[in-house]
Design a protein around this ligand. Structure first.
Ligand code: SF4
Length: 317
């Protein structure tokens, strides 16, 4: 009987540290070069005005205050826990290196903070930014989270990402060269993608040896370009059954070493015109878990990169 059909973050952290680790999201007051005209205007077509950080309402508060508030809240429920501070909203490497350095270090204001997660765009990590992050990693655990979304560069262009697959590959290679941890964000129900894109996305992440992946189910905020496209019938979102199929296919092709940080995303109930097929996030996760079990499948079942790529034929190989 298989207990864990995929490599879950919670268990991986518990195994590594011996105590529970939770994330404290903070808003560092950054913006995004795909919104302010530096790279593009208007942002990705699925992005709402908070910069993909719906959960945060602390803009303007110091990082220290946000961290202390977050820890106070979490400690009431999880007294033994320690924390990663998660720089979530907008592009968290989009500032001069000295500003970044000071903001990241401010997050280390409490002894129970044991790491920093920095979410950003893959085209926004020049070497001088990686210098700052690498120096920080000598002091605390650091993860860089890059938005890949999909391996399909035509879809990336339709999303108005302002970068394609090349920039993602470049960022991961340069980051891994410095022994920094990388987590990729992907969306598995993008309107223009199919099963082939899902498999290719998994294979590219395997080839790049990323440390973790955050799987998102696309939700459509009311205030987004995509909302208009959806309402006009210009795009369709696949069914829940198809999403479950895609998640399972993705997991099957993914290396078992890659940690799964998330299986499903969730927008706010009253802020979206499409959000997890009207279900709660936990219901979608449970449906995926049930299907993994009923198919008796698991993460890495189809993973071939470090083993033989071809079936062995007697007398031939
Ligand atoms: S890169 Fe992130 S913050 Fe910027 S527009 Fe896209 S989703 Fe929004």
């Amino acid at each position: 009987m298989i207990q864990n059909r995929y490599n879950k973050l919670k268990e991986s952290l518990l195994k590594k540290y011996g105590f529970p680790v939770y994330k404290i999201p903070v808003d560092a007051g950054f913006t995004c070069p795909n919104r302010d005209g530096h790279l593009g205007w208007g942002g990705c077509i699925f992005c709402e005005e908070t910069g993909s950080g719906f959960a945060i309402q602390n803009r303007g508060e110091s990082i220290e205050k946000q961290v202390l508030k977050g820890i106070g809240r979490m400690k009431r429920r999880y007294p033994d826990a320690k924390f990663f501070v998660y720089f979530q909203n907008f592009t968290n490497t989009y500032a001069p290196p000295e500003v970044l350095d000071s903001k990241y270090r401010e997050a280390l204001c409490h002894p129970d903070v044991i790491g920093v997660d920095i979410s950003t765009r893959p085209d926004c990590v020049p070497e001088e930014v990686l210098d700052v992050v690498e120096a920080l990693s000598k002091q605390t655990h650091v993860t860089l989270e890059y938005g890949m979304q999909t391996a399909n560069y035509r879809t990336l262009m339709k999303l108005n990402r302002g970068h394609t697959l090349g920039e993602f590959i470049d960022a991961v290679i340069r980051t891994k060269k410095r022994n920094l941890e990388v987590v990729a964000h992907i969306i598995l129900n993008l309107p223009w993608d199919d099963r082939i894109d899902v498999i290719e996305t998994a294979k590219i992440l395997n080839a790049l040896c990323v440390n973790g992946v955050k799987i998102h189910s696309l939700y459509i905020p009311k205030v987004s370009v995509m909302a208009g496209m959806y309402e006009r019938g210009e795009i369709k979102i696949c069914s829940l059954e198809e999403y479950i199929n895609r998640v399972i296919t993705f997991l099957e092709y993914l290396s078992p070493d890659i940690v799964i940080h998330r299986l499903v995303a969730e927008g706010p109930r009253n802020g979206c015109i499409f959000n997890n097929w009207g279900l709660l996030k936990i219901q979608v996760i449970n449906a995926i878990d049930r299907e993994l079990k009923s198919r008796d499948t698991w993460q890495g079942k189809q993973f071939r990169f470090r083993t033989a790529h071809f079936p062995r034929i007697s007398g031939f190989l």
